[in-house]
Design a protein around this ligand. Sequence first.
Ligand code: ATP
Length: 373
Amino acid sequence: MTSVDVRAVSRAFGDAVALDDVTFAVAQGDLVVLLGPSGCGKSTMLRLIAGLDEPTAGAILIDGRDVRGLAGAARGVAMVFQSYALFPHLSVADNITFGLSVRGVAKEERARRLGDVAALLGLEPLLKRKPAQLSGGQQQRVALGRALIAHAPVCLLDEPLSNLDAQLRQELRREIRALQQRLGITMIYVTHDQTEAMSMADRVILMRQGRIEQNGRPADLYQRPATLFAARFIGGAQMNFLDLDDGPNGAAVIAGTAGPALFAGSGQGRVLGLRPEDIALDASGSRGHFHAPVTAVEYLGAEALVTCMIGERPLVARTRGDQVPGLGATVSLAWENSAAHVFDAATGDRLAPEPIVEPLSPPHRALSNRGIS
Ligand code: ATP
């Protein structure tokens, strides 16, 4: 069942268009992440759903009802802000129950719900403290508690973890996800952090300049990025991009090389995308299609990012940390056909893969690449 339905929503501030014809639906009980770089319109979208602002055009439906003109509580939404927005002079308990008091919920009911939320979030020992006496993670939990106690069917979170250190962020995103799943809350979560999005979301809505670039499951965005922008934004180590060119026999090759052929058809105006983790690097230099010199190594412990040169272009491959080639060594590189992403260089759109002329897998094939031994 659809919980939040955003239909052709636009929001302009004077001449500046913050959102341009945005349509998406959030199913009940799903955690949907609005992801994208600074200024792409994520917070504006969340504020429109929360009722803190109204669209210039389009409609927002919550549980099938057009919510234009309704305040947040009447819409059935609760929001957690990046800044937490806790009242410094109120105790943790009063901060959490503030909204219920304002709405005139009876004292016994407030106490009962506070007990539930405090137990859920591990806040019982902190209820008498003031916000200044709490750590960042504890403040974040209070802000979350304030949203959960409202029993709103839809919870909106705007970069709730951005003020915290990396370890706490990781802990809390697990906690929030577990809580959301346990309670069956519909959540819309704004972040610019792709790791947060990929690890928490049922669906990721990737935004760019006020429009949706791609809307899908995390695995869809990773495995089949719809555009160059999506390919660049998603993934731990950034995808490699190599310009293609027309090679012999009507096949596409990597620009600056004479082969091997990647697929039948023109390579001009096309870009090959390869994730570092999809490139098999053979340090002995005997297996693979491209012989490439190693120009940089970034050692990360369990793994390493190894930069090699394909023609004039650097290509980063990920290897195990105990199999790192030395600087200047010549390694060979190979990848599965299915790991190759092809994009139109001008529009950025993903292109349907075309039949492969030569299989890009061992056995080793001798090359006559310019600049590659
Ligand atoms: P960030 O991650 O930096 O918070 P965001 O993706 O949440 O960015 P928004 O805050 O939604 O982006 O802003 C989208 C665009 O709308 C930006 O160009 C911003 O400058 C503009 N904008 C947002 N609010 C207003 C406003 N009240 N008046 C004028 N322009 C605004």
